[in-house]
Design a protein around this ligand. Structure first.
Ligand code: NAD
Length: 477
C-alpha cells in the first residue's frame, strides 16, 4: 500500500494531474468505461442488489454519465481563476480566487448505489486535479471486484487507484495521511473517519444518512392524491427497495386522513409491483443476510408488529422483504429512533399537520425533508423553522438528479456537499490571490502611530468609496 501511495503522491508532486488536458482525458475515459461496460455493470448490480437495469440506469449509470459530461463541458470555466473586486484603497491591485487541488484524496463509499457513490465523487476529485484512492463497499462484492479489475484499464493508474476490501482495509487506509477524505456511509463509521482525519487535520466531507421525513398535508394536496401517492411510493421503495439515504423514512399526516393515504399507497404498490411483490423484478433485494436480520429486528417488538397495516412478509433466503406500511408504531421503538434503510414505512399521525415541525425538530437533522403541501405558510415555516440537507416540496428523490443543487447533509446527516460544480469545489482549495504594485504606498498603515492615522484607518475600513480620496490623503501624510 505504502509503495502504491508513494506513486500517487509523486504523480501529484510532479504536476501530472494538474493540467486541463489530463483531467479531460480522464473524464472522457470514464465515460468510455461506462459505455463499454454498461451490460457488465447491469449484471454486477443485479447480482449484488437485484436491481433492474432501468433502475440502475436511472439511479447510477445515467447519473454518472450526466455528471461526467457536465464536468467535461464546464471544466474550463470551473478551473479559470475568478476575478474579485478589491477595496479602492489598494489601487492598483488585482484580486482573484484560484481553485487548486488538495493533493492525494481518499474516497470511501457505500454499497446501495455502488457505481454512482464511487464514481460521482471520483469525477469531482479528477475535475479538481487530484490523485485519488477509491475504496468501494465490500457489501457490493461483485461490483467492487469488477471496478478494481476494470477501472485501471481506463484511468491513469499512476494517479487513480481502486482498493477492494472491508472495514479492515478502510481502517488501514485511514492510518495514512490524506489531503482530503470524502466518506459516504453511516454516522457510526463517520466518527471513526473523522477522528483518523483529525490526527493530520485532514479536511473531510461526510455524506451520511438518517431518518428523512415526508410531511403529507392532505387538505392542500388531495386533488393531486394519485400523483402524490406515486411519488411517495417512488421515494420509499423505488430506489434500492428503501435502502437509500434520501429515501423517505416515515410519513407525517393528520390523523383523519391516514387511512385514505394508506389506501392510496397500497393501490400504487400493487400497480408498481403487482399482486405479489416477491415476484416483481422491479424492486431490488436487501443487500445481504445481515441487513435482512437488521430490518426484520425492527419489526420484532410486539407493538411494532401489531402496527403493520400492509405487508410484513419476508423470504430471508431470497433476501426479500415485502413493502410494509405501519401505522403509528411506538415512537420509542428502534423503527422510530434508528434509520430504517429498508422497505418499511411508518405512518405517524398528528392532530394538526403544523405539529410536524416540532416532531422533526425533536430529532437529528435529516439529509432530506419532503413536504407535500400547497400551503404557502406551511412551506415557509418548514423552510425557516427546520434544518435539513435539502427540502423538496411535492416530490421525492428528484433533488438528487439536479446538478445545480448541492447534495449533502447537515449535523448528523453530514457535512459538505457535492454534485455538479459543488463536486469540483469540494475537492479544491480556494486560494485567495492578491497582486499589488509598488506604485503607491499608504503611509498611515505604518507606525509611528498618531491620531491622524487612527482616523484614517477608521474611515478607510468604513467607507470604501472614499478610498481613492483617502488614498491621496494617505500619501501626503
Ligand atoms: P458504513 O458506514 O457501514 O460503510 C461505509 C463504508 O465505510 C464502507 O466502504 C465500509 O467498508 C467502510 N467501513 C465500515 N466500517 C469501517 C470502519 N470501522 N472503519 C473505516 N471504514 C469502515 O455504511 P453502509 O452500510 O455502507 O451505508 C449505510 C449508511 O450510509 C446509511 O446510514 C446511509 O444513510 C448512508 N448513506 C449515505 C449516502 C449519502 O449520499 N449521504 C449514500 C448512501 C448511504
Amino acid at each position: 500500500m505504502e509503495a502504491s501511495l508513494e506513486v500517487l503522491r509523486e504523480s501529484f508532486k510532479n504536476g501530472r494531474t494538474r493540467s486541463y488536458e489530463w483531467r479531460i482525458k480522464q473524464l472522457s475515459s470514464l465515460i468510455q468505461f461506462i459505455h463499454d461496460k454498461e451490460n457488465t455493470i447491469f449484471e454486477a448490480l443485479y447480482q449484488d442488489l437485484g436491481k433492474h437495469p432501468v433502475e440502475i440506469f436511472r439511479d447510477e449509470v445515467g447519473i454518472v454519465l450526466k455528471s461526467a459530461n457536465n464536468a467535461l463541458s464546464s471544466l474550463h470555466k470551473w478551473m479559470a481563476p475568478k476575478k474579485k473586486p478589491l477595496p479602492l484603497l489598494f489601487f492598483p491591485a488585482k484580486g482573484e480566487v484560484l481553485s487548486e487541488p488538495f493533493g492525494l484524496v481518499l474516497i470511501i463509499s457505500s454499497w446501495n448505489f455502488p457505481l454512482s457513490l464511487s464514481l460521482d465523487p471520483l469525477i469531482g476529485a479528477i475535475s479538481a486535479g487530484n490523485t485519488a484512492v477509491l475504496k468501494p463497499s465490500e457489501y457490493a462484492p461483485v461490483f467492487s471486484s469488477f471496478l478494481v479489475a476494470t477501472l485501471p484499464l481506463y484511468l491513469d493508474d499512476k494517479a487513480i487507484k481502486v482498493v477492494e476490501g472491508g472495514a479492515d482495509v478502510s481502517e488501514q487506509l485511514l492510518q495514512y495521511k490524506w489531503d482530503k477524505i470524502f466518506f459516504t456511509g453511516s454516522p457510526r463509521v463517520a466518527r471513526i473517519v473523522s477522528s483518523a482525519a483529525a490526527k493530520h487535520l485532514t479536511p473531510v466531507t461526510l455524506e451520511l444518512g438518517g431518518k428523512c421525513p415526508a410531511i403529507f398535508d392532505y387538505s392542500s394536496v388531495h386533488s393531486n392524491m394519485k400523483v402524490a401517492a406515486k411519488r411517495i411510493v417512488g421515494g420509499k421503495w423505488g430506489p434500492c427497495a428503501g435502502q437509500a439515504c434520501i429515501g423517505i423514512d416515515y410519513v407525517l399526516v393528520e390523523d383523519k386522513f391516514a387511512s385514505e393515504l394508506i389506501e392510496s399507497l397500497k393501490r400504487i404498490l400493487k400497480k408498481f409491483y403487482g399482486e405479489n411483490s416477491k415476484n416483481s423484478t422491479s424492486i431490488a433485494r436487501i443487500v445481504n443476510d445481515k441487513n435482512v436480520e437488521r430490518i426484520s429486528n425492527l419489526l420484532k417488538d410486539p407493538k411494532v408488529a401489531a402496527s403493520i397495516v400492509h405487508g410484513g412478509s419476508m423470504d430471508k433466503e431470497k433476501l426479500f422483504i415485502e413493502p410494509t406500511i405501519l401505522l403509528n408504531p411506538p415512537l420509542y421503538a428502534d423503527i422510530m429512533t434508528e434509520e430504517i434503510f429498508g422497505p418499511l414505512l411508518p405512518i405517524i399521525t398528528l392532530n394538526k399537520i403544523e405539529e410536524s415541525i416540532e416532531f422533526i425538530n425533536a430529532r437529528p437533522k435529516p439529509l432530506a425533508l419532503y413536504a407535500f403541501t400547497g400551503d404557502e405558510t406551511l412551506k415557509k415555516r418548514i423552510l425557516y423553522e427546520t434544518s435539513s440537507g435539502s427540502v423538496t416540496f411535492n416530490d421525492t428523490m428528484v433533488q438528487f438528479v439536479c446538478d445545480s443543487l448541492p447534495f449533502g447533509g447537515v449535523g448528523q446527516s453530514g457535512s459538505g456537499s457535492y454534485h455538479g460544480k459543488y463536486s469540483f469545489d469540494t475537492f479544491s482549495h480556494e486560494k485567495a490571490v492578491m497582486q499589488r504594485s509598488f506604485l503607491i504606498e499608504l503611509e498611515p498603515r505604518y507606525p509611528p502611530w498618531n491620531d491622524f492615522k487612527l482616523k484614517f484607518i477608521r474611515l478607510a475600513y468604513r467607507y470604501d468609496y472614499f478610498g481613492l480620496a483617502l488614498l491621496l490623503l494617505g500619501l501626503k501624510k
